[in-house]
Design a protein around this ligand. Structure first.
Ligand SMILES: [Zn+2]
Length: 423
């Protein structure tokens, strides 16, 4: 294939990916608009008119935002790729770094600068959208509690952490490509899978505390009941923590984090203030259900498998000269092929999205059923309704949008399924 054909093929696929996403979001927006904020009949007894009206307006605002954000952040990337500017950047950096004279580190410094420049540029493009989302939409609907200062420090800390983790990994990957011959991708995939697991262990201990305060749940009936529930379900954990989620937003959540011995339960303070004890226990039982049904293990196994496939594909693409030329790279550098891989992998696999969504929804149904048995159907149903209300989630998603994008079944589907669970 000649370089022009490859580039056109990439642009066509990426364009299709973008258009399809925008089309689905538009369908979804229309579905919400035509519902006009009316409570769906099945939910007549559990959702108030005011809740439904707020959910309708909030969902439409978020969807309108997405309809603008997706093209405005994607099109610049496509333009830069089409004009061959990525290749020009790499060549320019190659020239600059040669003048600095670190011979052994030349390739790494060049690649690192290449990715830092791209990360900064893409950060700049998404900056106004993040500001608008947080201080426009979220604020208007009364969700945002974040200050500009918190928002700014979040961004800086996030960038610093990405660099501290990403740059050593880049050096490691480049070293493996040089040192381990044709099978470098096997080594790289193995090391990256280990790093992934290590990160999920250190995340709750070292990284999450940089963004939020975690305080042990004070002794009392809630802590006692959570302890009883965990013991009854044979779930071992290291502590229950309350996170100051209200520092940034009124949205609420609960999750488990960590692996093995460092597994901890995290409850948002917003969840504790908005839910009753029975509901909180149901939410936790749902999370324990994910663990007990081995969903976390399966997800980890799949991500390891994907790492092997991904690095193998990368190793094949490395030898394809026309591919570099298609994106404007005159030299076959390692950073060139990594970037091309990153650009192409999304558009080349976007049609697999629904497969992962469907798999994730199946897990959610299983965890809901587990929780309904462990903590009661009513508590689980009422927890879902409460979460939906607190987050003003869409009550009228378009079926095709939900099928394609939703990692969780819709509220109505979940309530119906919980109703059918047998004790
Ligand atoms: Zn879940």
């Amino acid at each position: 294939m000649n370089p022009t054909t490859i580039l056109l093929l990439y642009l066509a696929l990426a364009g299709l990916d973008l258009l399809w996403g925008v089309f689905l979001a538009y369908l979804n927006w229309r579905s919400v608009r035509s519902a006009g904020g009316k409570v769906p009949p099945e939910l007549a007894r559990s959702v108030s008119k005011e809740e439904a009206a707020k959910a309708g307006e909030y969902s439409m605002a978020r969807l309108r935002f997405g309809l603008l954000e997706a093209p405005l952040t994607t099109l610049p990337t496509l333009a830069v790729a089409a004009l061959g500017l990525f290749g020009l950047l790499d060549a320019g950096l190659g020239g600059i770094v040669s003048g600095w004279g670190f011979s052994g580190l030349h390739d790494f410094v060049r690649a690192a600068l290449f990715f830092v420049v791209i990360a900064l540029a893409s950060g700049l493009i998404s900056l106004p959208f993040s500001l608008w989302s947080t201080f426009g939409i979220e604020k208007r609907f009364g969700f945002n509690t974040s200050t500009i200062r918190t928002w700014l420090f979040d961004g800086l800390k996030g960038a610093l952490i990405s660099a501290l983790i990403g740059l050593p990994l880049l050096a490691l990957l480049m070293a493996f490509m040089d040192a381990t011959g044709g099978l470098w991708w096997l080594w790289a995939a193995a090391i990256f899978s280990l790093v992934n697991i290590a990160l999920s262990i250190i995340f709750p201990l070292l990284i999450a505390p940089l963004f939020n305060k975690f305080t042990p749940l004070p002794a009392g009936t809630l802590a006692d009941r959570i302890g009883e529930l965990a013991a009854r379900l044979g779930f071992r954990m290291r502590g229950i923590f309350v996170m100051d989620g209200s520092k940034r937003s009124r949205h609420s959540n609960a999750y488990f984090t960590g692996l093995g011995a460092v597994k901890r339960v995290v409850l948002f303070d917003t969840l504790i203030s908005s839910m009753g004890e029975d509901e909180i226990l149901a939410v936790l039982a749902h999370e324990i259900g994910h663990e007990k049904r081995r969903h976390v293990l399966k997800m980890t196994a799949v991500s390891i498998l994907l790492a092997f496939v991904g690095f193998w594909v990368l190793s094949i693409l490395m030898g394809w000269g026309e591919l570099y030329a298609a994106f404007g790279f005159a030299e076959r550098t390692k950073e060139a092929i990594m970037l091309i891989f990153a650009l192409v992998s999304g558009p080349a696999t976007f049609f697999l999205g629904p497969l992962f969504s469907a798999w994730s929804r199946r897990h959610e149904y299983e965890a809901d059923a587990f929780a309904a048995r462990a903590a009661g159907k009513e508590a689980m149903a009422s927890a879902l309704l409460r979460l939906n209300k607190e987050n003003a989630s869409n009550l009228w998603p378009h079926p095709l949008y939900a099928f394609w994008n939703y990692s969780h079944p819709t509220l109505r589907q979940r309530l119906a399924a919980i109703g059918k669970v047998e004790g």
